[in-house]
Design a protein around this ligand. Structure first.
Ligand SMILES: NC(=O)C1=CN([C@@H]2O[C@H](COP(=O)(O)OP(=O)(O)OC[C@H]3O[C@@H](n4cnc5c(N)ncnc54)[C@H](O)[C@@H]3O)[C@@H](O)[C@H]2O)C=CC1
Ligand SMILES: C[C@H](CCCC(C)(C)O)[C@H]1CC[C@H]2[C@@H]3[C@H](O)CC4=CC(=O)CC[C@]4(C)[C@H]3CC[C@]12C
Length: 369
């Protein structure tokens, strides 16, 4: 818990604070932000675990609310010094309509910016995504790139399009005068594929492997590298950015930073096996068992089935043309911008990150739905 010897004066708001990343940000703030007086956790769905946080020295205020409702956002933001905006609709599987994704990710973000301006909150950290850059639908590799690497970003899918628009809104809002006359200071963090305790897709793939008798079948060439970053390090980066933005606004305001750590560069499936292998799963095949054209055919079939079945039920498998293209395109980051601008070093080594995630998966063993 926070070091109570330091003055506890700050009020933070975390939107989406009950999500996968949001929960880690909330817990990290309580452990590593000694100046915290009140932590507001805003989410559409509040988690029961918030109850156990009420006993510490920091006042934890749970706010059930919707970022698409401007008045709810303004009420939550009023009086906060810092907003960490992680709330978002993460959907690349066709569960939600493109209008809903836009409403939550873009209009929701605009509401957060407006609320900061109206109520006088000066510091805003936005959880963006690697997807604001790529991979693009042309399959161009982004190999060990940084924030300045030129890349043809083409956003056809509603999720990356919404994240790119929202990031642009946040970065362009830097410098706007908030109530009281001070400038708004904003920045954006761009995680690559996050993994760690609570990762829903890892959970789904683990259960899928168990149903298949402890096996997964290789679909992606091992040569395709996919950037991954541990959730604890992403949360730590948010805490650090929020703190340093208050001191180094001139340097950091209006900037975007990739989230990175020492997790190895591997294909999506080989990386998952670093975690799922020690949990009893095996990846069958050194090469994809099905040719790419057949996988694409199945992906298109899934998309067609999704469309046909929509009036009756929601069919949203992992494989669709977009996820196949993503998994098949190299996208890895190599940068030290966060270290240069605000002294970021990963809090968790790769070994720690892996061990913690393996422990979480093992604890699920036997509880398959
Ligand atoms: N999971 C990943 O690999 C990556 C995630 N991100 C970004 O990180 C952020 C958090 O993502 P995750 O934790 O993975 O997703 P998540 O789905 O676990 O968390 C999102 C949270 O936002 C809340 N939320 C959704 N709509 C809301 C609304 N209208 N009003 C209030 N709250 C709402 C949800 O209830 C949920 O608790 C998102 O902005 C996402 O775009 C970025 C890069 C990678
Ligand atoms: C689900 C995909 C893997 C499917 C493998 C297949 C086709 C054989 O069944 C995942 C591959 C890449 C993932 C995405 C990537 O890590 C970047 C992301 C960033 C975000 O902001 C949100 C999550 C995601 C879109 C992530 C989603 C799962 C994959 C598409």
């Amino acid at each position: 818990m926070a070091d109570t010897a330091q003055a506890q004066e700050l009020v933070y708001l975390v939107t989406g604070g009950c999500g996968f990343l949001g929960e880690h940000v909330v817990r990290m703030l309580l452990q590593r932000e000694p100046r915290l007086h009140e932590l507001r956790v805003f989410d559409l769905h509040l988690g029961p675990w918030l109850e156990e946080l009420q006993t510490g020295p920091v006042q934890v205020t749970a706010i059930q609310g919707d970022v698409t409702q401007a008045h709810e956002v303004a009420a939550a933001v009023a009086g906060a010094h810092v907003v960490i905006h992680t709330a978002g609709l993460v959907d690349v599987f066709g569960r939600a309509s493109s209008e809903t994704i836009h409403e939550v990710n873009v209009q929701g973000t605009q509401n957060v910016i407006d609320a900061c301006v109206q109520t006088g909150t000066q510091f805003l950290v936005y959880t963006s995504s690697m997807e604001v850059v790529g991979p693009n639908i042309k399959g161009h590799p982004f190999y060990r790139g940084d924030e300045d690497t030129p890349y043809e970003a083409v956003h056809k899918h509603p999720y990356p399009r919404s994240k790119a628009l929202a990031e642009q809104l946040v970065l362009e809002a830097n410098g706007r005068k908030v109530r009281g006359g001070r400038p708004l200071v904003t920045c954006a963090l761009r995680p690559t594929g996050i993994y760690g305790e609570g990762h829903q897709i890892m959970r789904d793939i683990f259960y899928q492997g168990q149903r298949l008798g402890g096996r997964l079948f290789r679909a992606i060439p091992a040569s395709v590298e996919h950037g991954r970053v541990y959730v604890g390090n992403v949360a730590w980066m948010h805490v650090l950015v929020a703190r340093e933005l208050q001191q180094r606004g001139a340097l950091m305001g209006g900037q975007a930073y990739f989230c990175y750590d020492s997790s190895p560069y591997k294909s999506y499936e080989d990386f998952n096996m670093e975690i799922l292998g020690p949990c009893g799963l095996r990846l069958v095949g050194t090469r994809p068992l099905l040719p790419y054209w057949l996988l694409m055919f199945l992906a298109v079939l899934n998309a067609l089935l999704q469309w046909l079945l929509r009036p009756l039920l929601l069919y949203a498998p992992l494989l669709n043309p977009y996820t196949l293209a993503m998994a098949n395109t190299t996208f890895t980051v190599s940068t030290n911008k966060a270290q240069r601008h605000f002294g970021y070093e990963p809090l968790f080594s790769w070994e720690d990150s892996r061990t913690r995630t393996i422990g979480w998966v093992r604890a699920m063993d036997g509880s398959a739905p």
